[in-house]
Design a binder for this molecule. Structure first.
Ligand code: PLP
Length: 365
C-alpha cells in the first residue's frame, strides 16, 4: 500500500546538530558553535530544569493540573480568559490547531515569501493550499498591510511573522489592524510572534481582545530556551475560543513541558539576560560583520554574502554553523543566530575570515 499522494508536500529538513558536524570535521563538539536554529545560547532557565527534575516521577499520569495551571498563568499574563489560551506542542502545533479549526478542503492560506515553511505545510496536511505574498529585499523586507493586501485573494488564513524569520523585520500593530480590517470577515490574521520577546515593537495581542479575527502565536522555544520540550501556544479571540476542545490532540503539551514552561515564566532574570544578550549581539553582528546586513527585531541577523551555500559550507568547515537561506528563497543570504557575547565575537571573527578567503578565491580565478 501507499500513503495518500504527498508529491506536492515539501519536506521539512532540519539543520544539522553540533555533534553531527563535529564528528564530520573531526573536531571537539566544544569547538563548534551552532548559530543556525535561533536557539537560546544561554540554554534553558535553571528553574525550568529543576522543575523537570522535581516532577520526573509524575510522568506516568496524563497532564491535567499542570496543563490547567500553565493555561491560567498565561491567561493572567496576557489579560485574556483561560479558554483563549490554546497550548500546543510547539507553536508549530498551534499552526496545526488553527488549520484544523479554520480550513475546509481546498481553502487556502496566504503566507510570506521568503518565510517560514510550516504555514504552507500545515495547510496542505489539512487539504488546503498556500499562496504567497512577497517581502522585498529592495525594501528591506518592510511589512505593511499594503504589501500583504496586494496578493490577498480571500484566503481563509493570512500569516504575518513579526519579527519575521529569516529577515528580522516587524509589522507594526497599526498595520496588522489595517490588514485585519481590510480582509474579509471570514479571514483570520495570524501574527506569529515566535520572536516577540526580542522585539522592541508592541505585541499584536491587544488586537486579540479588540477584534474577532486576529490570533497570536507564541513559543517557549526561543527566548525561554525550551526548544527541545516542544511547547507553545496561541491566543485566540473569545468568540470562538471554545473550538479548542473539539480540535486539540488530547493532552497537547506534556507534563514536564507544562511544568518547565511554568517555571521558565517565573524566571525573570533568565529571560531578561537572554533578551539583553540577543539585542546586544544583533547590533554587534551588524556593526562588525564585513557584509551587508538587515535590521533585526529577533535573535538573528540576515546577511547578504553572495553565494549562501558556498559561504555556509566554508563557515561550517571552520566550526561555525549558520543557516543558508536558499531554502527560504534567498540564495544570496545567510541567517546568523545571536550567541553569547563571547560566542558571537568569536563567530564574527571566523565569518570575516571566511568572507575574506572566499573573496580572495574569487579574485584569484
Ligand atoms: C521557531 C519558530 C516557530 C515555533 O517553533 P516551535 O518550536 O514549534 O514553537 C514558529 N514560527 C517561526 C517563524 C519560527 O521561527
Amino acid at each position: 500500500m501507499q500513503p495518500r499522494d504527498l508529491s506536492t508536500h515539501s519536506e521539512y529538513v532540519p539543520g544539522r546538530g553540533v555533534e553531527e558536524v563535529a564528528r564530520d570535521l573531526g573536531l571537539d563538539p566544544d569547538e563548534v558553535i551552532k548559530l543556525s536554529s535561533n536557539e537560546n545560547p544561554h540554554g534553558a532557565s535553571p528553574q525550568a530544569v529543576q522543575a523537570i527534575r522535581d516532577n520526573a516521577e509524575k510522568i506516568s499520569v496524563y497532564p491535567k493540573a499542570s496543563h490547567t495551571d500553565l493555561t491560567e498563568r498565561l491567561a493572567a499574563q496576557w489579560g485574556v480568559a483561560d479558554e483563549q489560551v490554546w497550548l500546543s506542542p510547539g507553536a508549530d502545533g498551534s499552526i496545526d490547531y488553527l488549520s484544523r479549526a479554520m480550513l475546509e478542503p481546498d481553502d487556502d492560506v496566504l503566507a510570506p515569501e521568503p518565510g517560514f515553511a510550516y504555514y504552507g505545510m500545515s495547510a496542505r496536511y489539512h487539504h488546503g493550499d498556500v499562496n504567497n505574498y512577497a517581502l522585498s529585499k529592495a525594501d528591506d523586507f518592510a511589512q505593511t498591510a499594503e504589501t500583504v493586501l496586494e496578493s490577498y485573494g480571500g484566503e481563509r488564513i493570512v500569516y504575518v511573522t513579526s519579527p519575521h524569520n529569516p529577515t528580522g523585520s516587524a509589522m507594526p500593530v497599526d498595520e496588522v489592524r489595517k490588514l485585519a480590517a481590510a480582509t474579509a470577515e471570514e479571514t483570520l490574521v495570524v501574527v506569529d510572534e515566535a520572536y516577540g520577546e526580542f522585539a522592541e515593537v508592541d505585541s499584536a495581542v491587544s488586537l486579540v481582545e479588540e477584534r474577532d479575527d486576529v490570533a497570536v502565536l507564541r513559543t517557549f522555544s526561543k527566548a525561554y530556551g525550551l526548544a527541545g520540550l516542544r511547547v507553545g501556544y496561541c491566543l485566540v479571540p473569545e468568540d470562538w475560543a471554545d473550538a479548542y476542545a473539539r480540535i486539540n490532540t488530547p493532552f497537547a503539551a506534556s507534563e514536564l513541558a507544562c511544568r518547565a514552561a511554568h517555571a521558565a515564566l517565573d524566571d525573570d532574570d533568565h529571560v531578561a539576560t537572554s533578551v539583553e544578550t540577543a539585542r546586544w549581539a544583533r547590533e554587534y553582528i551588524r556593526e562588525e560583520l564585513d557584509a551587508p546586513t538587515f535590521a533585526s527585531e529577533g535573535n538573528f541577523v540576515l546577511a547578504e554574502v553572495g553565494d549562501a551555500e558556498a559561504f555556509s559550507e566554508a563557515a561550517q568547515q571552520e566550526g561555525v554553523i549558520i543557516r543558508d537561506c536558499s531554502s527560504f528563497g534567498l540564495p544570496a543570504c545567510v541567517r546568523i543566530s545571536t550567541g553569547t557575547r563571547e560566542g558571537t565575537k568569536a563567530a564574527v571573527d571566523t565569518l570575516n575570515d571566511v568572507l575574506a578567503a572566499l573573496e580572495l578565491g574569487v579574485h584569484a580565478q
